[in-house]
Write a protein that binds this ligand. Sequence first.
Ligand SMILES: [Zn+2]
Length: 279
Amino acid sequence: MALARVSEILKMADKANTSVIAFNSSDYNMIHSVFTIAEELNKPALVMLDPRHAVLWGWGNPEIYAQIAIEEARKVKVPVSFHLDHCMDFDLIMRCIKAGFPSVMYDGSMLSYAENVKNTAEVAKVAHAMGVDVEAELGHVGFAVTETDQDDLDLYTKVDVAARFCEESHCDSLAIAIGTAHGFYKKTPKLDLQRLQDINAATDTPLVLHGGSGVPDDQLEKAFTMGINKFNVGTEYFYNYYQTMKAYCQEHEDIFDLQTTVQASLQDYLRQKMQLCRM
Ligand SMILES: [Zn+2]
């Protein structure tokens, strides 16, 4: 059984001066592929459930997701875990905790500082009592499609506030805004590495980088040595899934090999992407 606490995996990443990679995964194929390649490469890895996939779009539910992730984790020796991504809904967070999620994100990044601290601390109180870790967000990681969110300094995490936020909210990891955005970039992002170093110097809380699809590897490698211990990737992984399915369906009438073809393609992508994690 290699299901580990996310905070333990982040600690391992911090010691190794690198980052674990967390992949948004919505179904069995995606979860299975991440844990399979983690085992093959002997590198810890995480999968994350997006609340939209859990509830809003009705694709599945957290209980089944947890069962799949726990069962898949049981098959590998390398430490792996799973996590609820970007959630503002207390009921869904509690449902995931009850379902066995080892880690949840409460995202109050669009709220005032005071509300963000208060709500994160409330989630942390319950989560910690149940042995569950909490990721928070300070500053706001917006959307790449706007082209402006990634450069908007008003959205960036403020160095002088980050340490106080971690203390007051009791979060176990902190997502920070330093120049990334969610989705496909229209222009290449440029990470504010000085800000990252300053935030990392101000707090011992492990830092998380969202919006990982399309950030150049050289910038990521630097960021991983400067305090990023969890790196989230969603768009690239989903796009690989979609493109592989599309190509397969255009070329074949018999769809019985569709799932295995998708799995092979996802695993090729993961094999290459996980090299960024130096554990
Ligand atoms: Zn995110």
